[in-house]
Ligand binder design. Structure first.
Ligand code: CDM
Ligand code: ATP
Length: 297
């Protein structure tokens, strides 16, 4: 790290509710999802360098070290952004990117998408140019359906294939416990296992600004339509949910295509207690307490 280094957090994405409401002719599913982001996440450090470099550290780095770096979403984001700037005649110097991989891989909390979004944010700062909002959105979407929402990084309502984003300024913060049994889940495999594609849309969102109880009651009656197929594939998802439900959580659900489950609490003490209980029950799992971000008006 140098004095010119740029540090970008890559917060975990949590689908608080995810209703699949249809499917496009190209196979992509249409959804309505209330999404928030958490302080827990990966971290990117980007520094000017003589040649392009990429390094990894953190608990889950070994999984990505075993893969070809060219397939890493961070480098795909760097190359796509560089191509866009070069196409406009703008310089993009060599860069050393270090990814601290703290989030489990293929886990439904958008790790790779959050990393790609952090790379796009950080490299625009490092290179000193910015794409227009629409061009950046399209570039992010080409990297993955979750990347535009991770670029926003704040509570939002996502529609379409996850790319039509509306911010939710009144969504409150929650204390949260994330639990993953460390079984990687492939997103396309879960969508393939989903039999009913035309499920009921989300109910109208709570109108009372910032009322935690109102949101919790609304969220409790919503669903994640990918939870049933994911549970069929990975039995531990059901077990994680049952263990969390014993811990006085205000609500428990799976995020994205799984296998990470989350529990929301209105009291950080209860979240810490729940995490300790989960860790004692399954010391081999990923168990993380965190705070989700509140919407900003
Ligand atoms: C399940 C979610 O995490 C919810 O936020 C996202 O929809 C998935 O986003 P993502 O991992 O960025 O997905 P992508 O990398 O774009 O797509 C992976 C695969 O998931 C399926 N996919 C993804 C998004 C979507 N709306 N419908 C789909 O059917 C497609 O088979 C696609 O080939
Ligand atoms: N930086 C990265 N972090 C994690 N996975 C990455 C990264 N770059 C590429 N990948 C690949 O992407 C696949 C999906 O990983 P990711 O952690 O983004 O899934 P996810 O948490 O289920 O995401 P989502 O919730 O967006 O579906 C991995 O199996 C891995 O091969």
């Amino acid at each position: 790290m140098t004095t010119d280094s740029i540090i970008e957090p890559a917060p975990a994405k949590i689908n608080l509710a995810l209703h699949v409401i249809g499917q496009r002719p190209d196979g992509y599913h249409l959804m309505e999802s209330v999404v928030t982001f958490a302080a827990a996440g990966d971290r990117l450090v980007m520094s000017p360098a003589a040649t392009d470099r990429f390094g990894l550290s953190g608990r889950f780095a070994p999984l990505l070290q075993a893969e070809d770096p060219a397939t890493n979403l961070v480098l795909k984001a760097r190359d796509a952004l560089r191509a866009a700037f070069v196409g406009k005649g703008l310089p993009t110097a060599a860069v050393d990117i270090h990814l601290e991989k703290n989030l489990p891989v293929a886990s439904g909390i958008g790790g790779g998408s959050a990393d790609a979004a952090a790379a796009l944010r950080g490299l625009q700062r490092l290179w000193g140019h910015a794409l227009a909002a629409e061009e950046l959105h399209m570039l992010a979407l080409k990297l993955g359906a979750d990347v535009p929402m991770c670029l926003a990084g704040r509570p939002l309502l996502a529609r379409g294939i996850g790319d039509e984003i509306e911010s939710l300024p009144h969504l409150p913060a929650f204390s949260c416990v994330l639990v993953n049994p460390l079984k990687a889940v492939s997103t396309p495999a879960i969508f393939k296992l989903l039999t009913e594609k035309n499920n009921a849309p989300l109910a109208p969102l709570p109108s009372s600004a910032g009322r935690t109880a109102g949101w919790l009651s609304w969220l409790s009656s919503a669903r994640n339509d990918l939870e049933a197929p994911a549970k069929n594939l990975v039995g531990e998802i059901g077990e994680a949910g049952k263990l969390l439900l014993r811990e006085n959580a205000a609500m428990v659900r799976m995020s994205g295509s799984g296998a990470t489950c989350f529990a929301l609490f209105t009291d950080p003490g209860l979240a810490e207690k729940a995490a300790a209980a989960l860790h004692a029950a399954r010391p081999d799992w990923y168990v993380q307490t965190t705070e989700t971000f509140a919407g900003t008006v």
